[in-house]
Design a protein around this ligand. Sequence first.
Ligand code: GLN
Length: 480
Amino acid sequence: MDYTKLSILEVSKLLHDGSVTSEELTKQVLNNIKQKQNLHALTSVCEEYALKKAREVDALFKKGEKLPLLAGVPITIKDNINIKGLKTTCSSKFLENFVAPYSATIVEKLEQNYAVIVGKNNLDEFAMGSSTENSAFFTTPNPYNLEYVSGGSSGGSACAVAANLGFAGVGTDTGGSVRQPACLCGVVGLKPTYGLVSRYGIVAFASSLDQAGPLTKTVKDSAIMLNALTGYDEKEETSVKREKEDYLTSFSGSVKGIKIGLIKEIGSDGMDVEVKEKLESVIEFYKNQGAEFVELSVPFVNNALACYYILSSAEAASNLARFDGVKYGVSVFDAKNINDLYLKNRSNGFGKEVKRRIMLGNYVLSSGYYDAYYKKAKKVQKKLVEQFNKVFESCDVILTPTSPTPAFKIGEKANNPLSMYLSDVYTVPVNIAELPAISVPCGFNKMGLPIGFQLIGKKFSEKTLFNVADVYDSKNGEAK
Ligand code: GLN
C-alpha cells in the first residue's frame, strides 16, 4: 500500500498501532523523491540521516513508548533553516557548500517530536521571490502542470507536500512565502503570529517580518505541526513568552455566529476572474454554515506592498552584509585588496534579485532618502497596525484570496519584478501587521491549477483561524 498520500493524522494512527513502521514510510517517501526528481523540490536529500532517525523511532514504538503524533512521520524543511552537520544553501551560489554548525530551534523541536527530516526544500535565493525562479540551482515547477511555477519563496516545500515527498514541509514567510506557494500548489500554509515560532537558526531575510510556518495537506495537520514548532526560546529576542497552546483543541466543527470580515479596499482590480468566483463560493459556503459577514475598511491595505518592499529590502541589505566570503560563503583568490575581495565575492555569489534588494535597501536607508522612504514606511506600518486592530473589534477573522491569480507560467514574470511583487499583494499586509494567517485550498481553475483563500486573524488567534479554516477544509469536497 502507498501510505504517502495520507495526512499526518491518518498515518500517525497507523504508526502508533504498528500497521506501518517509520522505516517503511520513510523508504516510500524517499522512493517518491527519486521518482519525481523532475519536480526539483529538494536541494538535498538526507537519506542516511532520515533512515537512522526512522529506525530509532521504530525501536521506541516497539518498546511501547508513548510518542507524539509526529513521531516517525517524514517531513521536509526549507533550505534556509539550519540542521547541524547538513548543508544550508538558501538556494544561493554563495552558500553552495555551507554546512550548518548548529540546528535551528524549530529543527530541535521537530526532532524532540521524533519527526523524520528527509530533505531540504528549494527556494528563491535567500527567500526573495514568488516563484522559485530566483533559486541559483533550479526552478521548482508546479506539481499540477510543469510549465507553471510552484510559487515562492517556499515553492520547494509546497511542491514537496503536494507531490507526497513528505507529509509536511516547513517554510518561512516574510511577505507571503508560505501562503502563496501553498495556494499555488493546493496545500494548506500557515504564517503564525510574529514571535510565536523561534527564528533562531533560520537565515534572516527581514528579521522584523520573518516567521516560519508549516505547509500541510490538511488544516488539522497544520495544527499538529504548529504544536511542535511553538514555545518560548530564550535564544531569540523576539520570541514571545506565553503559555504553550494545544492547537488540536481548536476544532469545534462549527462557524455559527463567527464574524468574517471582507475588506472593502480589496476590490477585484488585478484579481483573476476564477479566483473571484471561487472566493464568492467560499463566502456562500460560510454563510450556509451560519457565519456572519461584515464589510470593513482598512484604508492602508493597498499601501502595504510598497511599505513591505521598503522595509524588507532595508532589513535584507543589513542582514546580508555578513555574506562577504570571509566569514561565510564562497571566496575568490585573486583579490587585490579587501574592497576588491568584497566586490568580487558579492558580485559572484549573489543572484540578480538579491542584488536588487540590497541596492534598494541601501538606497532607502541612505541619508537624504531615509526620511522619505524608510521612515515613511514605518509610519505606514504603524497606521496599518492601528487599522487592523480597529477592524478586529468587529470581526473574528478576515477573508481574502491568498494570491490574485493561480500559478503563472515559468518565465512569464521573470523580467518584470513589479508584476512578480504583485503576487504578494494580499499576503504582505499580514506580515507588516505581525498577524497570523492561513491559506486554504478551494478548488481548481479550468486549467486544473489550484486556487486558495486566506483567513487573517488577530494576534495569537491561531486557534480561531484553525477552526474556521477546518470547517471549510473538512466539509467542502471541491478542493480535494
Ligand atoms: N515574495 C515576497 C518577496 O519576494 C515574499 C518573500 C517571503 O515571504 N520570503 O519578498
